[in-house]
Design a protein around this ligand. Structure first.
Ligand code: UN1
Length: 492
């Protein structure tokens, strides 16, 4: 049973659930059935963001002095609570955001993995040591927390992505102001409850719900905030960079990810991979496969089966276990998929299936497949963030790689082939942060770095061992125990 009672969500500042200065709330509705209210959430603003930052600043000294293994233990407890409440949370995710329940469970599992992984970082947070050029001198690096950090998260992985940011931020000794997406405030509230229940002390983690311009930008502009981590759309990412001033900023801004299918590929595997990569989470992943670059020798065979399978997908609420694909997150997302379906037809691509919103309640849109897409067309260049896929025919591996690289983004990519030379050539030449061989573009594991090149980001990576770089400053330490005055570069 999905929870059905509307919630009144509050802000979380200095260890207390509080109302906003505005005294107003905003609503979130079930995307599969917009008549149904998920809840009303406090409409935070500049004042609330400021209060949250002040609370985080006050809590910083004690938290950053807490031994990192103790901070890690709190994350292990959070992982335990997430395990116990996995099913409940998965249902809330499906209800509030729309993804099928099986994917909701995956979202929670990703948060469990992340809390366990970064819990373990409490006993690592490795620096390095290296010899000195001088005698009797010790050289090393240690990691220090950044300070107060702002974590601004999207709705598509409403528990997992917050965990990618909050878990490393906390274990590294930062205090946090968390601004979740306004489409998934309930998931964020639950995650904060769990972290607090696991023992995160008051002031260390604060959450302010509300509009990006008022809340998010106040956090970004606040001089007491020394780091910002953001996942979301490119325009917001740019605005964050422009407003952050001199701060540590980590950005993950989406993709236009491609799967390359070579003639020697296992076709049934490639079909399964493309269905999952393109239509998993209703195409609403930064890593979603929105372009399939097809070798002309397998074009006919592939497009027929792919469109056939896509047209048989069952749309429905995420909470219904029979659902293949849930709704889009909101009306604007549905309109965007519809708009691009029209653009594709106007550009002269051939629509094989989908393209029109169904006559039913909810923000649904069917799997939509275009073929004979020219790589320069807008549907093959712009991020749609919906179940709209472009099949692009090519005649060689080089042409496929060139097509793959012809976009501004560079997050994920994939190639289906049995030819090891082709696979390694793709690994080397594709401009992306992630390349899969014989697997879809989605499904990154949390102990490996996640992020992209070109306009996908600004060079940071989340998750894995590199995930702590975003939330630590490196301090270089020199200890001269020679008892003499020694000058580097001169006395060596
Ligand atoms: C995203 O789409 O922003 O690799 C994150 C994946 C998931 C995370 C996606 N583990 O598809």
């Amino acid at each position: 049973m999905a929870p059905k009672k509307p919630v009144h969500g509050k802000l979380f500042i200095n260890g207390k659930w509080v109302g906003s200065h505005s005294g107003k709330t905003f609503e979130r509705r079930n995307p599969a059935n917009p008549k149904e209210l998920v809840g009303a959430f406090e409409l935070g603003g500049k004042e609330d963001a400021k209060q949250a930052v002040d609370a985080a600043e006050d809590a910083f000294e004690e938290w950053s002095d807490t031994p990192a293994p103790k901070r890690g233990e709190i994350l292990f407890s959070a992982a335990q609570i997430l395990k116990e409440r996995k099913e409940e949370l998965a249902r809330i995710i499906s209800w509030e955001m729309g993804k099928p329940i099986v994917e909701g469970r995956g979202d929670v599992q990703e948060a469990i993995d992340t809390c366990e992984y970064f819990g373990g970082e409490g006993r690592r947070l490795l620096g390095h040591t290296t010899p000195s050029e001088l005698k009797s001198k010790f050289c090393a690096t240690i990691r220090r927390p950044v300070g107060v950090v702002g974590c601004i998260t999207p709705w598509n992985f409403p528990v997992a992505i917050p965990s990618w940011k909050l878990a490393p931020a906390l274990v590294c000794g930062n205090t946090v102001v968390f601004k979740p997406a306004s489409d998934t405030p309930l998931c964020a509230t639950k995650f904060v409850e769990i972290l607090t229940g696991a023992g995160v002390p008051p002031g260390v983690l604060n959450m302010v719900t509300g509009p990006g311009e008022a809340v998010g930008m106040s956090i970004v502009r606040n001089k007491k905030v020394l780091g910002v981590s953001f996942t979301g759309n490119r325009d917001t990412g740019r605005a964050i960079l422009e407003n952050a001033g001199v701060k540590k900023v980590g950005l993950e801004l989406g993709g236009k990810n491609a799967v390359i299918i070579m003639p020697d590929a296992d076709m049934s595997l490639a079909l399964d991979g493309c269905m999952w990569g393109a239509f998993g989470t209703t195409g609403q992943r930064c890593t979603a496969a929105s372009r399939i670059i097809l070798h002309e020798k397998v074009k006919q065979q592939f497009e027929k089966h792919f469109a056939d399978r896509a047209s048989k997908f069952r749309l429905g609420p995420g909470t219904d276990p029979r659902t293949h694909m849930g709704p889009l997150v909101n009306r604007a997302a549905q309109e965007k998929s519809e708009k691009y379906s029209q653009i594709g037809q106007d550009e002269g691509a051939k629509l094989l299936t989908g393209g029109r919103k169904p006559a039913r309640e909810g923000w649904f849109f069917p799997p939509t497949v275009f073929t004979n897409v020219d790589i320069g067309m807008r549907i093959a260049q712009e991020e749609i963030f919906g179940p709209v896929v472009s099949l692009v025919p090519v005649s060689s591996l080089n042409e496929a790689i060139e097509a793959c690289n012809s976009v501004e983004y560079g997050l994920s990519s994939s190639i289906f082939t049995r030819d090891i030379n082709a696979a390694f050539r793709a690994i080397e030449k594709i401009e992306a942060g992630i390349t899969y061989v014989n697997s879809a573009t989605i499904g990154a594991e949390i102990h490996l770095p996640f992020g992209g090149v070109k306009q996908t980001g600004n060079g940071t990576r989340e998750a894995g061992i590199e995930g702590i770089n975003e939330f630590t400053e490196t301090k270089t330490v020199y200890v001269d125990y020679s008892g003499k005055f020694q000058r580097a570069q001169i006395d060596g």
